[in-house]
Design a protein around this ligand. Sequence first.
Ligand code: CTP
Ligand code: CA
Length: 226
Amino acid sequence: LIAFFQPKVLAGQHVLVTAGPTYEAMDPVRGITNLSSGKMGFSIARAAREAGAEVALVAGPVHLSTPRGVQRVDVRSALDMQAAVAKHIDAASVFVATAAVADWRVADVAGQKIKKDGSGQLPQLSFVENPDILAGVAQSARAKNGALYCVGFAAESHDLLKHATAKRERKGVPLLVGNIGPATFGLDDNALLLVDAQGHQELPHANKLTLARQLVGEIARRLKTV
Ligand code: CTP
Ligand code: CA
């Protein structure tokens, strides 16, 4: 019922959200990943839909049900996520990157399960850097001419305002949202720090859906002024 009465501040907008971790395979049965429940991203997708937007949600491996009315695309690796984003970005007017994308992937993924040979010898893995999906989107012509509004997230362990401010500039996004620590992985509550060109503001501790609805309001307010 609450959802029904949300103001339709994103009517006519197309919102693309990335959420959850990515999983980078080492071999067919092993891989590396990030800690991320996907709850914040799924809540934002839900809140954007409630606010009247068309919403596409590109999700890494998570255990969450799809918010009503949201088009979900499941992916596994960062490269999969990048490809899914590329497919949907032209239709988007807002891009919200909440995914905890693995920064590196294994360079040579073994085609078969790596076996212990009994000698105690360790596998030697080398890594390659994954593409920065958000930074790539933020550099596109549509983002630069204001047709696409980009929002980044940052999970920092310390000096949140300093890192979030620097990250906002480095990624070239108008709005960067920091999770106010300690780690909120998997929890239902969070607090957010919003950093934009005007300065910063806090959305105090609340459950993630409440915060997502507030954030959607903040995004909508900024869309009007760009
Ligand atoms: N991001 C992305 N693609 C990546 C890495 C990050 O799209 N390969 C996005 C995240 O979804 C988030 C933002 O960029 O919106 C910041 O991610 P974060 O991991 O905090 O920043 P990094 O630039 O990867 O720096 P670091 O992990 O070293 O802090
Ligand atoms: Ca990272």
